[in-house]
Design a protein around this ligand. Structure first.
Ligand code: ZN
Length: 277
């Protein structure tokens, strides 16, 4: 199978836009679409969560005529353009970790980042343990031989980014996979060859300090995975250039609003049944 490349990222950009397969991201209806009935407000309604909050870029492409939202942005919506695509917050979000190439301290930062995303969303992440699954583009959302008859857990994997056309200035890329209007799986690739040209460093530092530290990278990318896109305010974690950010890497007001809307507060969804083979 041919490998599809990542879009080229600019200096210090965290594109977060892996070209993984995105089945059912629009158009198809299913059990998960129950709350997009005719009463759902349209994209211009004041009651519409995605009104003025649709990401200007998605999958490395610009949405024509959409300006980058200021404080929080949703990567995708259900048909109708109003309801953001998200995980079912009433079930755990499972993940596996391939840390064969992870640098020292990386797993601690990842764990802390997951805690921060859980606190902001009300989602529960469950670590299904280590895996030797390699990073791949177009990762299938179901892999019955490896993970059984369920949606594949999110794969978090460290690798050499050049294999995925990730520039050294792009420390990670991640995306989740929606099926029938519900996010069910995903992948996060961390570039072990990433460089940082900020705060006098040549490599991202461990922890959650200033600039493109690994902690900041993780919370930024995990926010992409749960459904947030880039914003214009430079003090929000979803600002595309992390190297310029000051202070501890914590979610700010806009980030927190977006994450809350993507989480438990917006109620349960019906997760579509996974393929059985
Ligand atoms: Zn990003």
């Amino acid at each position: 199978m041919a490998r599809r490349g990542l879009p080229r990222a600019g200096v210090a950009l965290l594109a977060g836009a892996l070209l993984v397969s995105c089945r059912g991201s629009s158009g198809s209806s299913g059990p998960g679409d129950a709350d997009t009935a005719v009463t759902t407000p349209g994209p211009d309604s004041a009651d519409c969560p995605a009104r003025n909050h649709l990401a200007a870029e998605f999958n490395g492409r610009q949405r024509i005529g959409v300006e980058m939202p200021v404080d929080y942005a949703f990567l995708e919506t259900r048909p109708g353009g109003c309801v953001p695509l998200r995980f079912n917050p009433c079930e755990p979000v499972h993940y596996v970790v391939n840390s064969a190439l992870a640098p020292p301290g990386a797993l601690d930062d990842l764990q802390e980042a997951i805690h921060r995303v859980e606190a902001a969303t009300g989602l529960t992440f469950v670590n299904d343990g280590p895996t030797d699954e390699p990073a791949t583009m177009n990762r299938p959302a179901a892999q019955v031989p490896r993970y059984g008859k369920r949606w594949a857990p999110i794969l978090i994997v460290w690798d050499h980014g050049a294999q995925y056309r990730m520039e050294p200035t792009n420390p990670a890329g991640g995306q989740s996979v929606p099926v029938d209007g519900v996010r069910v799986s995903g992948v996060l690739i961390i570039n072990v060859d990433a460089t940082a040209q900020d705060h006098g460093r040549s490599r991202p530092a461990n922890g959650f300090g200033e600039g493109a530290t690994w902690g900041r990278v993780f919370i930024h990318e995990l926010a992409h995975i749960v459904g947030l896109g880039h914003v214009a305010r430079s003090d929000e974690i979803l600002f595309p250039e992390l190297g310029v950010q000051q202070g501890e890497a914590v979610f700010h007001a806009g980030d927190l609003i977006g994450l809350r809307i993507l989480g438990k507060e917006s109620g349960c969804l019906t997760t579509p049944d996974p393929p059985t083979r």
